[in-house]
Design a protein around this ligand. Sequence first.
Ligand SMILES: [Cu+2]
Length: 106
Amino acid sequence: MVLIALMNSGLAAAEARKIEITAKRFEYSPAEITIKRGETVTLVVRSLDVAHGLKFKELEAQTEIPKGRTAELTLTPTQAGTFVGQCSHFCGSGHGQMKLTLHVTD
Ligand SMILES: [Cu+2]
C-alpha cells in the first residue's frame, strides 16, 4: 500500500481543492483529471441520472453517489502514477466502461 486516502475528514475536506465531476450513464465528466502528488483534493461527484459509485481500488477509496445527488471523495495520493476509478454501483449496460482516470504527477 503506497497511497493514503482520506475520507470524510473534515480538516482535509476544508483544505482540499475541490474538483467537480458529473456522473451519468456511462461516463464521468471530465473523464480524466490531473493532480499533484501529496495534494489533497475533494472530488465532488454529482449524478445526473441514476445512482452511481466511484471506486479507486488502488487508493482504497470509494463513494456512492445517490440518484440525482452529490457525494464527495477526498484523496491525498502519496505516489505519482495513473489510477483508474471505476463505477462501483451497477447502472446499466455500459457500467463496466464507466471510468475516471486520475493522473498523479510529481
Ligand atoms: Cu455503474
